[in-house]
Design a protein around this ligand. Structure first.
Ligand SMILES: [Cu+2]
Length: 155
């Protein structure tokens, strides 16, 4: 689990950071350890495509279901009753066909990022995505095995 230090509302991010913010697509958000809670950090570039993701037991609803290559901001909402996460993996395998370990969980090696939200809460994940096929999975114990995954294509 990564920290949620970069959590921010979409509206605030878009309004306050539309100017002068360009290079947040890199994957090493954790490296910015100087950011305190009072510092405005953001994730969403002004030109990011917004993809709304609803998480419930045990499924994702993704709208729109695909994106164009570039900056994508996943706007996660947990509409369920237990905590869920969304891990983004770039893979040619179908989301339901990932290799799993003895506990039924896919490896998160190479994951591009993840977000997590408690019931009723939201999270946001901004990534710069190349064209290709992605698997969005919830890798909390038992959730992938229960079918909490979906395919996501970037053109
Ligand atoms: Cu889940």
């Amino acid at each position: 689990m990564k920290s949620n230090a970069i959590r921010i509302t979409l509206a605030a991010g878009a309004l306050t950071l539309a100017l002068g913010f360009s290079a947040c697509g890199s994957s090493d958000n954790e490296s910015d350890e100087s950011s305190e809670a009072t510092t405005t950090t953001t994730t969403a570039p002004a030109n990011a495509q917004i993809v709304k993701v609803s998480m419930v037991e045990m499924a994702f609803t993704v709208d729109p279901p695909s994106a164009k290559a570039g900056n994508v901001t996943f706007d996660l909402t947990n509409d369920g009753t237990v905590t869920h996460e969304m891990v983004v993996l770039k893979t040619n395998k179908k989301a339901g066909d990932l290799p799993t370990d003895s506990s039924g969980e896919p490896s998160e090696d190479g994951a591009l990022g993840e977000g997590e939200a408690e019931p009723g809460a939201t999270d946001e994940l901004s990534l710069k995505l190349a064209s290709g096929h992605y698997a969005l999975i919830c890798n909390l114990p038992g959730h992938y095995a229960a079918g909490m995954y979906t395919d996501f294509n970037v053109k």
